[in-house]
Design a protein around this ligand. Structure first.
Ligand code: SAM
Length: 509
């Protein structure tokens, strides 16, 4: 049999993960922050493609949370595609197709039934595959992206990774000494790297080896294998990626790390002065010398259409914000690339107050409170700090039922994998919310029909925990069983008070 892997790890599966930055809901915000027209208008149908989709969780969330979309996921690993299809079936998601194709096959047009796409995304792929495969990806984009369409590509960035090159090479060489499966080989290779570091190999960063050696879970070891053992692993400078994307007529728009689109939050004045007169691709690359970003999430557009300045404020003002954290967690102190920033009280205090009562447009928030903050700043700060998301639609009852079915399948899948973190697709938002173990359990029992009352839900959650032989971890640890029971009930009370109404407001249940 010929080797179909092209040097990419394929003997162990990549773990499931949802990445909100890949959703059109999030990518459209990047466009608005940069004053660029998103590929489609709010709520319109769109065609979406994920290249190298792994086991398909992100593409599935995009499909489940956007019933108007036509979603495609591609990967050359048959185990990934089979797993993705199974979850699509279990969750009854019918606006998605997963296909087993390599980038080369796709670029060559071997699949005759493909639509043109409004969004093409790839996460954790670009800097892990060969130069030829990157060229296939660009050829595919050139062939299948609509005019005005958007590309999201994430990659390991230089110069942030420059110290780790020798370690990656040693891990790959060390892994090559054994015939074992990749998860075993990566652990053996880490032992070797540690021994090298202790024996005086100064190019091996000791603290990085120690950190990697702490990764023990199955998912983490799968990640380590996929991160470090690929033959073509090579972190990239932004200018080179932008140069490659230019072959598909793509222009750089901005980054899916929302705060990084605000120069004053990312660089000090003397740093900004140094890059002020540079052409944009060079300036963007130069920023990485100051910010030491090891991972970039770039957004490109084929034919960037600037929103006329006189329309921009109105367009952003129409964005409707929905809180996604409980009121007592809201904060004006936010972490930004340069450290922390304090959002101004005269505007954000009343804005928080209004948002705790329900979703509001940015224009309405600005009309109700004095603001020197521009609409784009408000959008960037509240979504970038993960306290709000944009509400896209009021879901119908049928849409809620469909998304509930998908979420039940997703949570069952997470439970089978022993995960204590998962996502809930939200059809009102076009994306998903993160949920921790207790919230996952509460969702499961309510979706099964348990009345939304503290006593009934506590009883049902206890039964589920017992059935799965699982226990919740509280901080601080309860002293005895009575204390554990009280904490369980109190925490369930909080989820019922804040979590469940939020899930309803965003169309996650
Ligand atoms: C690190 S994983 C990322 C998966 C997923 N995007 C995520 O972030 O969870 C990279 C994926 O790219 C796929 N891949 C690598 N080379 C490929 C190729 N030449 N054609 C198609 N898929 C490829 C792998 O099978 C793998 O699922």
């Amino acid at each position: 049999m010929t080797d179909w892997t092209d040097g990419y790890i394929s003997d162990i599966e990549y773990g499931p993960g949802f990445y909100a930055e890949q959703t059109p809901a999030h990518l459209d915000i990047v466009c608005l922050l940069r004053g660029i027209e998103p590929p489609v208008a709010k709520g319109e149908a769109f065609a979406y493609c994920e290249l190298g989709c792994g086991v398909g969780q992100t593409a599935l969330v995009v499909a489940a949370a956007n019933p108007q979309a036509d979603v495609w996921g591609f990967d050359f690993n048959p185990a990934h595609i089979a797993r993705a299809r199974l979850l699509a079936r279990q969750g009854a998601v019918d606006n998605i197709r997963f296909e087993e194709d390599s980038f080369e096959q796709l670029a060559d047009g071997e699949r005759a039934d493909l639509p043109l796409f409004d969004y093409i995304t790839l996460h954790g792929v670009w800097s892990w595959v060969s130069l030829e495969n990157r060229q296939h990806i660009v050829r595919f984009i050139d062939r299948y992206l609509k005019p005005g369409g958007l590309v999201y590509v994430s990659y390991n960035a230089q110069p942030g990774w420059s110290n780790a090159g020798p370690l990656q090479r040693l891990l790959r060489m060390g892994a090559g000494l054994s015939q074992a499966r990749s998860d075993k080989r990566v652990l053996q290779a880490l032992d070797l790297a540690q021994a090298f570091s202790e024996a005086g190999a100064i190019s091996i960063p000791t603290e990085m080896v120690e950190r990697l050696k702490k990764e023990k879970t199955e998912d983490a070891v799968a990640y380590l294998s996929h991160e470090y053992l690929n033959e073509h692993w090579s972190p990239c400078y932004h200018a080179d990626v932008a140069g490659d994307m230019a072959h598909a007529k793509l222009n750089y728009v901005g980054t899916a790390n929302l705060f990084e689109n605000f120069p004053a939050l990312s660089l000090r004045p003397e740093q900004l002065a140094l890059i002020a007169d540079m052409p944009s691709a060079i300036a963007e690359t130069a920023r990485d010398y100051f910010m030491t970003r090891t991972f970039r999430r770039d957004v490109f557009i084929r034919g960037a259409r600037a929103i006329p300045p006189r329309r921009l404020e109105q367009r952003v003002g129409e964005a409707e914000l929905q809180l996604v954290v409980p009121p007592h967690v809201l904060t004006r102190e936010v972490s930004i690339p340069l450290g922390t920033a304090s959002l101004n009280a005269p505007f954000y205090e009343p804005a928080f107050e209004a948002l705790t009562k329900g979703s509001r447009t940015i224009a309405a928030l600005r009309a109700a409170a004095p603001s020197t903050a521009e609409p784009r700043e408000i959008l960037g700060m509240l979504v970038g700090s993960r306290q709000a998301k944009t509400k896209l639609r009021e879901p119908s009852e049928a849409e809620r039922q469909s998304v509930r079915r998908f979420n039940q399948a997703l949570l069952a899948n997470s439970a089978d994998l022993g995960r204590d973190l998962s996502s809930l697709a939200a059809v009102g938002l076009g994306t998903a919310l993160s949920v921790r173990l207790l919230e996952m359990l509460v969702y499961e029992v309510i979706a099964e029909g348990t009345p939304e009352e503290e006593e009934a839900v506590t009883k049902a959650v206890r039964a589920l925990l017992q059935q799965r032989d699982a226990r919740l971890n509280f901080d601080p640890q309860p002293e005895n069983e009575d204390a554990y029971d009280r904490m369980l009930r109190d925490n369930i009370g909080q989820v019922l008070k804040y979590g469940v109404p939020m899930w309803k407001a965003v169309g996650a249940i």
